[in-house]
Design a protein around this ligand. Structure first.
Ligand code: AMP
Ligand code: GLY
Length: 424
């Protein structure tokens, strides 16, 4: 089998987990990451190209005989990076811009679910703040959920506990444009309750293989207090995702979504992320993402036993049905160490202690999210800094190993949740 030159686009913990998995493949010749980070630089060749510079990215790929590209983050997918690579004759894993709309526009995804009877929260769409306020004034109970239409770094969702909160949310999203152009339209939706489950799936638009389930911990502080973040830790599998629930999801959500996208002329190829809530009336979709979740990838990918390069090629070449995907039954846990202040303002450039020269620590795998490596030392360079991940025979063993490794790492202001995997 030919060996391939591979380019990863992105710079977070998710990309580091993908890189680590790709390194297990027998198909790798050279492995690059653009732009990467301090830890990723220990495992691949980092290239200083911003993720949204599609032209430079494609030029680099042509000049360096890249055979396969993974586009990991949402923004370049929504901007059509996969389309551009494909037009240039380079294989790229990820959805087209047309298919990435399933994440890039909440209005699109809600309308899709309504049209094709895919279970989700009831909702209304507004492009006029006055109309939105009139509607929320007519609501009989709170909380209600207000979502900016477009991509907003995972922060464009406000759970309004009262009419005043809801009015403030409309005003900050639609008038002050807190999330930029993302807030031109809003979705106001029914507040649902129940455990949340993340299920990522490989799909080539015909076949869909769900990956092992996971659970994200989105709030910044213990006991699900504090602000929403990109994710403060994950476990896999998700204890709430029983075989019975999985069967319902496959029948009522996963395949119907693939078929809906085909009917809309937007076949989805890549990794499709289902953010689900298991409500008393069955599982419902909270959101779709057009990519691997972060930090879901950090617990799901370590359990993947099948060669990810082979899977990616099968997805791109629409022959996923030929592949058998195997998973380890050992649970995994990931604890995110974040910068003091995150998800609000935080400082960068703080020295990290406790990592070895490869950015690792004994007893766990350290996926780097926001770090730089300078003059032999690692420094913080983002809100989420490190994802400390461990595997065990049980979830408790995985958590114990992960927290044991977390104890060995320090940097000024570091904060992490102490209750990852505890809410079951
Ligand atoms: P999203 O970015 O759409 O995943 O929303 C972020 C988080 O907000 C989710 O993980 C949920 O915890 C919460 N959320 C979103 N929509 C709803 C809803 N309809 N009801 C209750 N919680 C929600
Ligand atoms: N962890 C949720 C996300 O990647 O959006």
């Amino acid at each position: 089998m030919d060996k391939l030159n591979i380019l990863m686009v992105g710079s977070g913990g998710r990309e580091h987990a993908l890189i680590r998995k790709i390194l297990e493949s027998s198909r790798v010749n050279k492995l690059y990451c653009a732009p990467g980070n301090g830890g990723i630089g220990k495992d691949s060749i980092c290239i200083d190209i911003p993720v949204m510079d599609i032209k430079k990215m494609v030029d680099f790929a042509k000049e360096n005989s890249i055979d396969l590209v993974f586009v990991a983050p949402d923004d370049p997918l929504a901007a059509g990076m996969v389309d551009t690579f494909t037009e240039a004759g380079i294989k790229a894993f990820g959805p087209t811009a047309a298919a990435a709309m399933i994440e890039a526009s909440k209005v699109f995804s809600k309308d899709l679910m309504k049209k094709y009877d895919i279970p989700t929260a009831k909702y209304e769409v507004f492009d006029d703040p006055k109309e939105a306020v009139k509607y929320i004034q007519s609501l009989e109970s709170f909380p209600t959920v207000i979502k900016a239409d477009g991509l907003a770094l995972g922060k464009g969702v406000i759970i309004a506990e009262s009419l005043k909160d809801a009015e403030d949310a409309i005003s900050s999203i639609m008038e002050d444009m807190k999330f930029g152009a993302s807030g031109k339209r809003v979705v106001v939706e029914e507040f649902l309750t129940g455990p949340e489950v993340s299920v990522l799936a490989f799909t080539d638009g015909k076949t869909l293989f769900p990956m092992v389930s996971s659970k994200d911990h989105k709030r910044a502080l213990d006991n699900d207090q504090g602000l929403n973040t990109g994710g403060m830790g994950t476990i896999s599998p998700n204890p709430f995702y029983t075989d019975e629930i999985a069967k319902i999801c496959e029948e009522t959500i996963f395949m119907p979504t693939i078929e809906a996208m085909n009917k809309e002329g937007r076949p989805f190829k890549g990794c499709l992320y289902f953010g689900l809530m298991i409500t008393q009336n069955g599982p419902k979709v909270i959101e779709y993402n057009a990519r691997f979740g972060d930090p879901e990838a950090q617990v799901v990918l370590p359990r993947l036993k099948t060669d990810i390069v082979e899977i990616a090629l099968a997805v791109i070449e629409e022959r996923l049905n030929e592949v058998e995907i195997e998973w380890s039954s050992d649970p995994t846990a990931c604890v995110i160490m974040a910068s003091g202040g995150y998800p609000n303002e935080y400082k960068k450039g703080i020295e990290i202690f406790g990592l070895d020269e490869n950015g690792q620590v004994n007893g766990a795998t350290v996926y780097h999210s926001g770090t730089v490596f300078k003059d032999g030392k690692f420094y913080t360079n983002g809100g989420r800094v490190l994802g400390i991940t461990a595997t065990g025979k049980t979830l408790d063993e995985a958590l114990e190993k992960a927290y044991c490794a977390v104890d060995k790492i320090t940097f000024d202001g570091a904060h992490y949740r102490k209750d990852i995997g505890k809410i079951r």
